[in-house]
Structure formats: structure tokens, C-alpha cells
Design a protein around this ligand. Structure first.
Ligand code: C5P
Length: 269
């Protein structure tokens, strides 16, 4: 048991109050859409945390992030963190999350593909004719969604997103997101992996400065495809939780599963 007050239990993470900061501890639970699946995958939370730490470190030159370096290490005795818990933990700043999720797509898949099939647009952005599932886009696009506290996140046009967060913040998070995607996809490509799309979240401090929060470029927030197997027009081999989404969609009643526990809005998880 961790020696700090638990603020909330997220779908995947447990959240503890450290007064000036927050401790996020990733469990082995797995969620997709709004469903937390029964059981978990041993070691998953540890790997997710370590991947986030890696990417937060790698992307510091693009955007500051919410990590407080070494905090979990410094506090490990006081918090009674086991070495396993420590490897699942991130001590982060308390920030105000923006009310949009910042999705970048370099390839067309998932809800982007569904939207394209309906009317050749994604988030109000007109795309060329003739794209197939998994086609590479002429250039990466920024396709934000709302952050729904209940129900599904909804895609929004750039104008709608700018109305939610303000034009200045919108312009900044769009530019940062596209740069993060470009950086992440280049690094992934060196490992033979395509970063098809990904989602970033941002928060602001009391001065309005923008920080990258939540998790970053993990297989829970991204689609990663095996470049060696990649073929336009078919579902690519995916190193992420697409398999879980496909499974849920194959169940006629998946959306009747009980939703995961709700996070308080002021907390980033
Ligand atoms: O489902 P969709 O195609 O809109 O997802 C786009 C990208 O955003 C995917 O990489 C997915 O992993 C990520 N995403 C996420 N959290 C959500 C919705 C999407 O991390 N709530």
C-alpha cells in the first residue's frame, strides 16, 4: 500500500495526492473506448510508465512536460513505494488540463477512417479522394476531440477547438502536437515502426504556460504499425491496443459493459 492519500482511481492509473504534486501509478488494467476490461496484463503498467518516461525525456526540447524529475525516487521511502510500484510511478505537477484531446494522424485509421468514408473529411479537414484504410496522408493532420467526462470524445473542427481553449492556445498546441508527431514518427521509423496516429494532452500552470501531460506516445495513446507488414487497404499488424478495440467492436453488446470509474476533472491521469 502506498503511503499517501488516494485521490482517484482512473481506468488504468491510481492517483495519489503528494500535496504539491500528484503521483500517477499505472496498474495492469486495460481499457478501450470507455470500457475497463476484466483482468489485466501482467507488467503492462510498468511498461507504459517506462515508455512515457522515455518519450517525456526525448521530447523535452519540443515541449515542457508535467514530470517532476526524480520525485518518486526521492520520496520512495516516505511513500513506501516497492521497486515495482516505483517503476509504475510518475510524480507530476498539478496542472489544469485543457478541455481538448490533441490527436495527430499521419495515416488514416480508426475514427479517422470512419469519418473519411462518410464524407471525405476528418474534423472538418477535407482529404483527397481515393484514400484507402491505412493510407499515408499527404501530410500529418491535427484532429482534436472534446474531452467528454461522460460518453465518447467527439471530433471538433479547428474553429470549435479554438473556441474551447482560445485561439492562441489552439495555435500553440496544434504546432507542438504536429512537431511531437514528426519527432516520434522519425524515431519509431528507425525501429521499423510506423507511428500511424497518436493523442496528446496538455495542461496549463497558473501563468498559462503549456505543458505536455498524461502519457505520451505510448501504445495506449497511439497506433504503432509494423513497417515490414504495412500494406495500404488492410488492417496493419498493430503494436498497441487496437486488438482490444477490434475485439470490443466484434461484441454486439460491448457498449453495455459497465464504464470505468470516473476521474475528477481537475486531475490528470
Ligand atoms: O480512435 P481514433 O482513430 O480517433 O484514435 C486516434 C488516436 O488517438 C489513436 O492513436 C488512439 O490511440 C488515440 N486515442 C487515445 N485516447 C482516446 C481516443 C483516441 O489515446 N480517448
Amino acid at each position: 500500500e502506498i503511503n499517501a492519500p488516494k485521490i482517484a482511481s482512473g481506468k488504468v492509473r491510481e492517483i495519489y495526492d503528494l500535496e504539491d504534486s500528484v503521483l500517477l501509478v499505472a496498474t495492469d488494467r486495460i481499457s478501450a473506448f470507455d470500457v475497463v476490461l476484466p483482468g489485466g496484463i501482467p507488467g503492462r503498467g510498468l511498461i507504459l510508465t517506462q515508455l512515457s518516461h522515455f518519450w517525456f525525456q526525448q521530447t523535452k526540447h519540443i515541449a515542457p512536460n508535467h514530470i517532476i524529475p526524480n520525485e518518486a525516487e526521492i520520496l520512495k521511502d516516505e511513500l513506501k513505494l516497492s521497486s515495482d510500484s516505483q517503476l509504475r510511478s510518475m510524480a507530476v505537477r498539478k496542472l489544469k488540463p485543457l478541455e481538448i484531446e490533441c490527436v495527430v494522424r499521419g495515416y488514416i485509421a480508426g475514427s479517422g477512417w470512419a469519418s473519411y468514408q462518410a464524407d471525405k473529411t476528418v474534423c472538418g479537414i477535407k482529404l483527397p479522394e481515393g484514400l484507402q484504410l491505412a493510407s499515408k496522408l499527404p501530410e500529418p493532420i491535427f484532429t482534436p476531440t472534446t474531452k467528454a467526462s461522460e460518453g465518447h470524445d467527439m471530433p471538433v473542427t479547428p474553429e470549435e477547438a479554438a473556441e474551447i481553449v482560445g485561439q492562441d492556445v489552439f495555435d500553440k498546441v496544434k504546432a507542438i502536437s504536429l512537431e511531437l508527431y514528426a519527432f516520434g514518427s522519425q524515431l519509431a521509423a528507425k525501429a521499423g515502426i510506423i507511428l500511424a496516429d497518436t493523442k496528446f494532452e496538455f495542461g496549463t500552470d497558473e501563468n498559462g504556460e503549456i505543458f505536455l501531460i498524461d502519457e505520451v506516445l505510448t501504445p495506449d495513446s497511439s497506433r504503432y504499425w509494423d513497417a515490414a507488414e504495412y500494406k495500404v487497404g488492410s488492417s496493419p499488424a498493430s503494436f498497441d491496443k487496437q486488438i482490444i478495440r477490434d475485439y470490443l467492436e466484434s461484441l454486439s453488446d460491448w457498449n453495455k459493459c459497465p464504464p470505468g470509474p470516473e476521474l475528477p476533472p481537475e486531475i490528470v491521469a
